[in-house]
Design a binder for this molecule. Structure first.
Ligand code: PLP
Length: 471
């Protein structure tokens, strides 16, 4: 929610002086401006959060959200599990929990991490309020204003407001089909070292990247872990999607390769169960974990006890892998539908990634199209996406967009991409009229499923350098 959207006087008995006014006026801002902390000047709103109000309108097909499909969890199951929590543990479920999380929940987390070949002990875990809180706590614990964080370019748009709130200097490393380009990372680390600067941590989403849709190769994973050990650098591995693989071979998370020496691991129940629970976790080297725990005490004391009981009950009463299996099947079909629709409706000058899992495709249009401007046109056609700039801190990404295929029905995916194709084609046509450059004929649709199988390692993906070059 932006400040403009904050409801005034709500829930306060209606006696606030601003009662009845739903927007913050310029005068209001002026009144409070001198009170805000300096760090709020650099605070950025999350593009996706801002767009949620618009994209929640029923007439809009939103490919903008990071939403999983929560309808896959049967309502009667939710009711039955909640009833059991109420009947068996109501007093405990309504009580505070330890800051580090309930032991029974940690046992479930150990099981989930084992599903990706990670070996972790319960006392190496901290339960958090979503994975998002891990990013916040890691910054709170490690970052002083001006400190360097190294991240991928593009990076997870939801991390952008966090990095800016802690006044970090974020250096983004270009990616290709095999994830972050580690040779560029090494160059960047050398350059920073020459300036006497060491990053506080390297932030990466190595598996089914949000927003890029690509996966870091095994070789690069090994190199990154080796580099972190050689240079004694912390890596924050953000892995919400690792279990959502639709094609290709499983790769070990960085945490499994490093065994918890330099890798801080972020996991979450949001994409394998429900984001509404707001439950995630971190596994980190002991001294870091202790500080993260202190940071969490100051933030929210503990994560929802009721939610923790719900997850424990879910793991006890159901096979969590069944839902995962259903999600994989559903999202695989949706990914293929989106890939097919992109091939059918987007002009030849555009390109996009072919993810083996996760929830996102990153599409790149010709340089002369600005996706922030294009979004206004798309919204008139009742379709939404996340403009690429949301994934950069330095203005790059202007001709790219993030498309979510997981939370939308196949019919809406086809129709949404058709509408995006229409507005993109109009722009390509306009450019051609103005410049006399002929548009390239539309590609042949072909089978996207085949392309998804073959493409990820076969070609360099269009995560190409944007204006401004690599920092
Ligand atoms: C890469 C990444 N990290 C972290 C999160 C935060 O997830 P949550 O706070 O719901 O666990 C998300 C959510 O979309 C994400 O995509």
């Amino acid at each position: 929610m932006t400040i403009d959207e904050t409801p005034r006087g709500s829930g306060s008995g209606g006696e606030s002086p601003g009662m009845g006014r739903s927007r913050t006026t310029a005068r209001d801002l002026e009144r409070y401006a001198g009170l805000f902390a300096r760090r709020t000047q650099g605070m950025k709103s999350s593009a996706m959060r801002d767009m949620m109000a618009i994209t929640a309108r029923p007439e809009i097909i939103s490919l903008a959200g990071g939403l999983p499909d929560t309808t896959t969890f049967p309502a009667e199951d939710v009711a039955a599990l909640m009833a059991r929590v109420a009947a068996d543990a109501s007093a405990r479920a309504l009580q505070y929990a330890p800051t580090e999380g309930m032991d029974e929940l940690k046992a479930c987390i150990v099981e989930v991490m084992a599903g990706e070949d990670m070996d972790v002990a319960t006392d190496e875990l901290l339960v958090t309020s979503g994975g998002q809180q891990v990013i916040d706590l890691v910054c709170k614990t490690l970052v002083d204003p001006g400190d360097v964080i190294v991240a991928e370019g593009p990076t997870y748009p939801g991390a952008v407001p966090t990095f800016s709130a802690y006044e970090a200097d974020v250096v983004q490393i270009e990616m290709d089909a095999d994830g972050m380009r580690i040779e560029l990372l090494e160059d960047t680390l050398d350059r920073l070292a020459r300036d006497g600067r060491t990053p506080k941590f390297i932030y990466t989403v190595p598996t089914f990247h949000n927003p890029a849709g690509v996966t870091m190769s095994l070789e690069r994973r090994r190199r990154l872990v080796r580099l972190a050990a050689e240079r004694e650098l912390l890596v924050l591995e953000d892995n919400p999607y690792g279990l959502l693989r639709y094609t290709g071979d499983r790769l070990p998370p960085l945490y499994a390769l490093d065994r918890g020496e330099y890798v801080i691991y972020l996991g979450t129940f949001s994409k394998i169960l429900s984001p509404g629970l707001r439950l995630g976790w971190t596994a980190a080297p002991r001294p870091v974990l202790d500080k993260l725990n202190l940071g969490k005490q100051g933030a929210d004391l503990c994560s929802s006890t009721f939610g923790q009981h719900f997850v424990v009950e879910y793991f006890a009463q159901r096979n969590w892998r069944d839902l995962l299996g259903r999600l994989r099947e559903l999202y695989r079909r949706r990914r293929d539908t989106m890939l097919d629709a992109l091939a059918e409706h987007l002009p030849h000058e555009t390109d996009w990634t072919r993810p083996e899992g996760g929830m996102f495709i990153w599409a790149t249009l010709p340089d002369y199209i600005d996706t922030s401007d294009l979004l206004a046109r798309a919204l008139r056609e009742h379709v939404a996406f996340v403009p690429g700039r949301a994934a950069y801190l330095d203005g790059r990404g202007g001709s790219s967009m993030r498309l979510n295929f997981a939370g939308v029905s196949e019919d809406d995916l086809r129709e949404g991409i058709r509408r995006i194709g229409k507005v993109v084609s109009e722009q390509v046509g306009l450019y051609s009229t103005l410049t006399g450059v002929e548009p390239v004929p539309r590609r042949h649709a072909g089978s996207a499923a085949d392309a998804a199988e073959a493409a990820p390692t076969a070609r360099v993906l269009p995560l190409r350098r944007q204006a401004g070059g690599e920092r």
